[in-house]
Design a protein around this ligand. Structure first.
Ligand SMILES: [Zn+2]
Length: 190
């Protein structure tokens, strides 16, 4: 099997549709986008994730960092936690994780620890991405496990929801008081 890294989906579609998944990559990513919209509705940075086990969606989550006042409450981590509960175990070797944005350092680490089979993400994160942007911590041979990686699935939609969110933040729209401080800091760094 081609272990090329990183690998880009073709026209927003991944390369595993032939494996009998219930849906294709774009359809699973659309579910992750729906999660991201839930985050935006809460005033959270809109990032969503879904976990798929043998074609079945077993977990969905969105960023809850501000709501929970928890720096680790990223969509991916919450999704892995839920998937582990569903499968009664932390080894998620048959699980594919779909996330709207390139994972950060923490989430990339969690993906390795969980033995995720395949990571599919939408938009790159030039400022915080640890898969191909700021760092490349999932390269084969670095750890005892590395997931297959597909990037660029619904990348435009996944990036646009973030751009729209920050545009609204700049206009002072849908900002929770506690979120505002954080987002101002983030915006000032852009
Ligand atoms: Zn993260």
């Amino acid at each position: 099997m081609d272990e090329g890294y990183p690998r880009r989906g073709v026209h927003g579609r991944g390369v595993h549709e032939e494996e009998g998944h219930g849906l294709d990559d774009a359809a699973y990513m659309a579910l992750a986008l729906a999660e991201a919209r839930k985050a935006a509705a809460l005033g959270e940075v809109p990032i969503g994730a879904v976990a798929v086990h043998r074609g079945e969606v077993i977990a969905r989550a969105h960023n809850l960092r501000e709501t929970w006042r928890d720096p680790t409450a990223h969509a991916e981590v919450l999704c892995l936690q839920e998937a582990s509960r569903r499968l009664y175990g932390w080894r998620l070797a048959d699980v594919d994780l779909y996330v709207t944005l390139e994972p950060c350092l923490m989430c990339a680490g969690a993906i390795v620890l969980a033995r995720i089979r395949r990571l599919v993400y939408g938009a790159p994160d030039p400022k915080g991405g640890a898969v191909s942007s700021r760092a490349q911590v999932l390269v084969p041979g670095l750890w005892n496990h590395h997931p297959e990686i597909t990037t660029g699935v619904l990348a435009d939609e996944c990036g646009m929801i973030l751009k729209d969110f920050f545009r609204r933040v700049r206009k002072g729209l849908h900002v929770r008081r506690d979120v505002g401080v954080v987002e101002r800091a983030r915006l000032e760094s852009e």
